[in-house]
Design a binder for this molecule. Structure first.
Ligand code: SF4
Ligand code: NI
Ligand code: NI
Length: 707
């Protein structure tokens, strides 16, 4: 038998099984019975991706099988073998889909079976950004359980996502090896057809992140080949069905590595008799480079430490920006001014501080690069929080000149010193932003006088300039907006449209951030949104914005306005800083921020209000938003603007006071508008609130009814 014969016979076997299974299902349930995988917007994602057709019923599934048959040509050419491989994969998808008819739950722990879109979106972002450098598909049983587990472990340690099919699952269980999506080892199922669930992930990644149009089979295969760094490890013995599936994997660009002495296809079907070399052989075949985050520090560095809390009693020293001058800053320099990897400590080191004492610190990261832009500075700077938190024994809060850092006694005893902060910032900036940073150096100041100088003379003027630039930016002044779908990991149809005057509702993504994200990662979560075809200036609705929102929400959202809470409001994912809801008695809106624990005049607390919206669904009358949006001239512009705000927690009022007063003055000529707004010390009941607003002559009372 030639390799062609094996693939064709495997394909024929699976096709026959599929045909029988579909006929049986139709006989049992009727042709109109619905069929689809659960928790996906793509029905049968592989078939949809390859053909552009969404199968909805068993009758349609049977028709689809006819389409699959047309792929099964039998010339002994490479393309025929590949297409038969694809046909085999599609048949596997059909067989697996049938398991889910009638809302059945065919898989049980530890197996996952079909992975919902939400899981993929969660995995998709790290895949797209390279945080997950590859995807291993391990099929069958290793020669021994220990060899199998060792292989799984080796990939896991490299950050590679591991999926398991067949005997390897039992081998992991046998040795008590922990599996699960949270540790990036996902047992799919014990039947060979369950391998389709990882193919489905690759296909949906192409549709979701790669902007591949369903039905563009060539584009799809090009995408998976170029961008989905997956590969297959298939343990001996291979049967024709596995070989046919393997041909499908190869068609998508995924090499197959096996320990069975079989046919060899250069770069695609590779024989490696030594299982302990599967890892190296696979990475080489798929051209996966493992980025080693080799940071020269005496303690561990891992995301596992990000949430670590260091209590007063455990801390060696503290830098507290709320008490003394502290600051963190990224600035762009000329190439000649930056010496790569120079870390300078200017001032005393941690050894010279008393245990438990508070000090000043200022660290300035200077970067240079041909493609570096000043607009990226704040984007890098915002990452410091996460970078420093990943250090074992270091806790960081805040940003800019309002930071607090604690170093634990354990970290200090292990040898952690001030310069290590520089090492971490250097390594991470270079790792993450190598596309634009050619050189990077860090200066760390610990003398109070230096810190004061850096804070007041260097950093604050830069922060002010950045803020001014941001403040002078209007939606009308820029040619494009950006979408952000970062939160689709959790909220599959949510799309933020980020404009200069309306930041993302999480408060963490400004128009500049989105722009930088887009430029650093053109296929990433932020895409350009044009706004050339106006539908309604008043509510801020555009044909082109609608088109992109519809596309990015997989059709869940048809149209969205940028400036209205009542008409086609923007959706919420769930991570909003504030929630705003209409208050009918005063004809205005109440806003509550996440930190506020009390009641609002709407009779609801923040969590209760928050539950009124989310999940990427439009809910007129309720809107999640960022704090900065409150003082925007575009806040509820369609309903009359910030003059509608009748109530906010006192703390929030103070946070937005200056900017909101300025906006109200410009829009309505009102002085000290914030003083007209109620808060919990004034009223948490609508009648008292209206009495207060009346006394103050609040503008909302005279505005048109909202409903
Ligand atoms: Fe992106 Fe923030 Fe919107 Fe989430 S909430 S999609 S992170 S802008
Ligand atoms: Ni000061
Ligand atoms: Ni979110």
């Amino acid at each position: 038998m030639t390799l062609f014969d094996v693939v064709f016979s495997g394909n024929d076997t699976v096709y026959g099984l599929t045909e029988g299974a579909i006929n049986d299902a139709i006989a049992k349930h009727g042709a109109d019975k619905a069929v689809s995988f659960p928790n996906t917007a793509y029905s049968l994602p592989c078939y949809y991706g390859v053909t552009g057709t969404k199968v909805a019923t068993l009758g349609e599934l049977k028709e689809a099988l006819g389409v699959v048959k047309t792929l099964m040509t039998r010339e002994k050419r490479l393309n025929d073998a590949f297409m038969s491989g694809v046909a085999t994969a599609l048949c596997a998808e059909f067989i697996e889909a049938l398991k889910y008819v009638d809302g059945a739950e065919p898989y049980e722990a530890p197996c996952y079976g079909h992975l919902g879109d939400a899981v993929i979106r969660e995995l998709g972002v790290p895949l797209v950004t390279g945080d997950i450098p590859g995807v291993a598909v391990i099929l069958g049983a290793a020669p021994t359980a220990q060899e199998g587990v060792d292989l799984v472990k080796s990939y896991q340690a490299q950050g590679i996502l591991v999926t398991l099919v067949g005997g390897i699952i039992d081998q992991c269980e046998e040795l008590g090896y922990k599996t699960g999506a949270n540790v990036r080892v996902i047992p799919l199922g014990k039947d060979v057809t369950s391998v389709i669930h990882v193919v489905s992930v690759a296909v949906r990644a192409a549709l979701i992140f790669g902007n591949i149009q369903p039905g563009d089979a060539a584009g799809l295969m090009k995408y998976t080949f170029e961008r989905v760094p997956a590969f297959v490890n298939a343990f001996a013995p291979l049967d024709p069905v596995i070989v046919a599936c393997g041909a499908g994997a190869i068609a998508l660009g995924f090499p197959v590595i096996t320990n069975e002495e079989t046919f060899r296809v250069p770069k695609s079907l590779i024989v490696q008799k030594d299982v302990s070399k599967f890892n190296a052989t696979s990475l080489e075949a798929r051209d996966i480079k493992i980025k080693i985050t080799n940071i020269d520090i005496p303690v561990a560095f891992a995301s596992a430490f990000e949430g670590e809390i260091i209590r007063k009693g455990d801390m060696q020293v503290e830098f507290d920006g709320s008490r003394v001058d502290c600051v963190e800053l990224v600035t762009m320099k000329e190439m000649s001014e930056v010496e790569d990897h120079k870390i300078e400590l200017i001032g005393p080191d941690l050894d010279e501080f008393e245990v438990g004492s508070k000090h000043s610190i200022a660290y300035v990261v200077e970067v240079a690069g041909k493609s570096m832009q000043a607009d990226f500075e704040p984007v890098f700077e915002r990452k410091f929080h996460s970078y420093l938190n990943c250090i074992e024994g270091v806790m960081h809060t805040g940003q800019r000149d309002m930071i607090r850092i604690r170093v634990s006694k354990d970290a200090y005893d292990a040898g952690f010193r001030a310069k290590h902060i520089g090492e971490v910032l250097y390594a991470q900036i270079k790792n993450e932003f190598e596309a634009v940073v050619d050189r990077c150096q860090v200066k760390i100041y610990t003398n109070p006088e230096d810190c004061t100088k850096v804070r007041h003379e260097i950093a604050i003027p830069i922060f002010d300039k950045r803020d001014e630039r941001l403040a002078s930016m209007t939606d009308e002044a820029v040619p494009v907006y950006y979408s952000c779908i970062m939160c689709q990991a959790f909220s599959p149809s949510h799309v933020c449209v980020v404009t200069p005057e309306r930041l993302g509702l999480c408060g963490a993504v400004s128009w500049f951030d989105a722009k930088a994200t887009h430029e650093l990662q053109p296929n990433g979560p932020c895409q350009v949104v044009t706004k050339e075809r106006v539908i309604d200036e008043r509510i801020g609705e555009y044909e082109d914005v609608n088109e992109i929102v519809k596309k990015l929400s997989q059709g869940a959202l048809e149209d969205v306005s940028l400036y209205s809470i009542m008409e086609k409001p923007m959706t919420s994912c769930g991570c909003f800083e504030c929630i705003c809801g209409i208050e009918p008695f005063s004809n205005g809106v109440c806003i509550a921020n996440r930190e506020y624990a009390g009641q609002t005049p709407l009779g609801m607390t923040f969590p209760e209000l928050a539950s009124m919206t989310g999940g990427g669904v439009q809910t007129p009358g309720f809107m999640g938003h960022g704090k900065h949006f409150i003082a925007s001239k575009k806040f509820m512009k369609a309903e009359g603007g910030v003059g509608r705000i009748v109530w906010m927690p006192k703390d929030l009022k103070e946070q937005v006071r200056d900017n909101l007063n300025k906006t109200a003055k410009e829009l309505y000529g009102i002085d000290d508008f914030v003083d007209m707004i109620g808060d919990e010390t004034i009223a948490t009941d609508p009648e008292e609130l209206v009495a207060f607003l009346t006394e103050k002559g609040h503008p909302a009372l005279g505005m048109d009814p909202m409903m």
